[in-house]
Design a protein around this ligand. Structure first.
Ligand code: ADP
Ligand code: GLC
Length: 477
């Protein structure tokens, strides 16, 4: 008889395709299917945002929750987009116009700590069988929004182990100390050894201190996180937990991201299919023909992503006959700076557009990811899959997924892109020049495109690594 599946509750604030602001959604949305083949039965707990409730198919109430941070709620079970979901229906917390974290003016919801403490409270109550009779063997928590789950599990003595995955340490879930008791955090747990962070409550730190194991989304970021340059004040906490911290690379959903079957593009299986997509993209974005590479960016426009450096280095690309197409949204200053670029060889689309992102990645010659830090990064993986060569900063997951073109890697026929370091406009400019040199050598370029398209970017090995971690923690090995 085969072993029974390990039951895992995945707790997340976003999940593709239902609600997404970044890569966390892609990962949370892909993990259940990736792990199904590994003997893991994963259910996903999400806040009942409007979009999630609307998408739920045949929702059944599992339990009533008389009071949940200022109002009543219910736990619902249902399916949507192939996912097995549990949903926290609590209109006073989640039934709002705007995004998962921001109101329609782009400001954080003032009660974000309580909103995500509610998500965590429900997760811990599910684990304790207080809400229905499904009991997970383990809870997998994502980022600060699920940071209080390990704390509540420990304080409630549930005996259910937890894993916390850090997708981005820049977001820490800080709340004024005065709100700690309302969040259910009391006594010595508020000390420096507990959830306190420079006089505030850090919901991420609660997870870092109390989870049984910590993971992040690439091996290099796992190392970087333990340094002052990248740990954003939590490097000491992470060094103290070095033995429990590991990096597991993200994969991509090959059903959604494969050039041979992508409904948004002119499908192709070899790099020979790319020029037709490039021509279509140029036509769509009103870009002329050009002798150099068409470089694309699909990104949140924030300090993290280093796109201010790209604005500085851009003349180097344009001088070589290259072009740039940007799809992104985020910080008003960066949106404005990109909008202000006035050059026929630059196209800028401000906004979020899933379909256009596919056409850009299929039609570009290269994809640029000049991030100052990047826990994993997904768009360079899409680039590899589509033969759109990644030019990336040497950091985090970008360092782990792109094989830089050097004489040795070219000779061994494994090079897939270009890396630059340090992350400065000058180094980026040099990398763009190098990109143009390679583009001008069609044999080298198409060899790299084939290498890139053959590079494995699916979930296989990483799903196995998560399954092994779960088995270890639940004593199933
Ligand atoms: P992060 O999570 O830091 O934003 P990732 O590279 O891990 O970075 O994931 C970003 C995800 O969001 C990718 O799936 C990317 O295609 C998508 N994305 C980012 N900006 C946009 C946009 N403006 N339009 C469409 N998709 C976008
Ligand atoms: C974060 C990171 C990104 C990572 C994503 C999914 O948003 O910024 O690098 O790929 O989470 O793990």
């Amino acid at each position: 008889m085969s072993d029974p599946a390990i039951r895992v509750l995945s707790v997340t604030s976003e999940c593709a395709p239902l609600v997404k602001t970044g890569g966390l959604a892609d990962v949370a949305g892909a993990l259940p299917a990736a792990l199904a083949g590994q003997g893991v039965e994963m259910r996903t707990l999400l806040p009942g945002y409007r979009a999630v409730l609307e998408a739920l198919d045949g929702a059944t109430p599992v339990a009533r929750i008389p009071t949940l941070f200022g109002g009543p709620g219910r736990l619902l079970a249902g399916r949507a987009a192939g996912l097995d979901l549990l949903v926290v229906e609590a209109p006073h917390l989640f039934d709002r116009a705007g995004g998962p974290y921001l109101d329609t003016d782009g400001h954080d919801w003032p009660d974000n700590p309580e909103r995500f403490a509610a998500l965590a409270r429900v997760a811990a109550d599910i684990a304790a069988c207080r809400l229905g009779d499904w009991r997970p063997d383990l809870v997998h928590c994502h980022d600060w929004q699920a940071g209080l789950v390990p704390y509540y599990l420990r304080r409630d003595k549930t005996g259910v182990p937890s894993v916390l995955t850090i997708h981005n340490i820049a977001f820490q879930g800080l709340a004024p100390m005065a709100r700690a008791s309302g969040l259910g955090i009391v006594g010595a747990d508020l000390d420096k050894e507990g959830v306190e962070y420079w006089g505030q409550v850090s919901m991420l730190k609660a997870g870092l201190v109390f989870a049984d194991r910590l993971t992040t989304v690439s091996p290099t970021y796992a190392e970087e996180l333990m340094t002052p340059d990248f740990g954003m004040g939590l490097d000491g906490v992470l060094r103290a937990r070095r033995a429990d911290l590991g990096g597991i690379l993200n994969g991509i959903d090959l059903d959604a991201w494969s050039p041979g079957t992508d409904p948004e593009i002119r499908p192709y299986k070899t790099p020979r299919g790319k020029p037709a997509n490039r021509a279509a993209l140029r036509a769509e974005l009103c870009l002329p023909e050009a002798p150099g590479p068409l470089c694309v960016v699909v990104s949140r426009l924030t300090e993290q992503k280093g796109l201010d450096l790209l604005l500085e280095a851009l003349p180097r690309l344009l001088a070589r006959g290259g072009q740039l197409a940007v799809l992104g949204s985020g910080a008003a200053a960066l949106e404005g700076a990109f909008r202000a670029v006035d050059d026929p060889n630059v196209a800028v689309r401000i906004g979020y557009d899933e379909a256009l992102s596919h056409r850009m990645i299929a039609g570009g010659d290269a994809i640029l990811v000049p991030s100052r830090f990047e826990p994993c990064g997904l768009t360079q993986l899409y680039g590899l899959r589509y033969g759109t060569l990644p030019l990336v900063a040497l950091t985090g997951g970008l360092a782990d997924t792109v094989i830089p073109a050097t004489p040795a890697t070219m000779a061994r026929r494994v090079a897939t892109g270009i890396q630059f370091n340090p992350v400065t406009a000058e180094a980026l400019g040099n990398a763009l020049s190098r990109l143009c040199d390679l583009f001008a050598a069609p044999d080298l370029w198409s060899r790299m495109q084939r290498n890139a398209m053959a590079h494995p970017v699916g979930w296989g090995p990483s799903a196995a690594a998560y399954a092994a971690l779960y088995a270890d923690l639940t004593g199933e090995t």
